[in-house]
Design a protein around this ligand. Structure first.
Ligand SMILES: [Zn+2]
Length: 115
């Protein structure tokens, strides 16, 4: 018996598409924020340090967003394959609940917590 019904897969596919669109927008605006600060800009020293601190944070968020985007694209490739929605560790169903929150999941909650 397949772990996810056809209807559930269609729902998940829509979720993935929406998440990808959102992430792409997020990545674009983060890329704006992480552009190098020009050394001759008129910011004071403290403001400059603050701006660099904010850039560090934005860079981390950007990295995470890019990783998630890759995972979502991979999930989209897998969605019609039998292993989609199946845990890669224990072969159990990941479950529609978890998949609808994180459709890129490749592990069930129990295995993900054991990492
Ligand atoms: Zn598992």
């Amino acid at each position: 018996m397949p772990s996810l019904t056809k209807k559930e897969k269609i729902t998940l596919e829509e979720t993935i598409q929406t998440d990808i669109t959102t992430l792409k927008d997020q990545i674009l605006s983060l890329e704006e924020k992480t552009k190098p600060i020009a050394p001759d800009c008129s910011l004071g020293r403290l403001t400059r340090l603050e701006a660099m601190g904010e850039q560090d944070v934005a860079n981390k968020v950007l990295d995470e967003a890019r990783v998630r985007l890759t995972r979502l694209n991979n999930a989209l490739q897998r969605i019609d394959k039998p292993m989609f929605g199946i845990c890669i560790e224990c072969d159990e169903d990941i479950g529609f609940g978890r998949m609808s929150v994180r459709p890129e999941s490749v592990r069930c909650v129990a295995c993900a917590n054991n990492l």
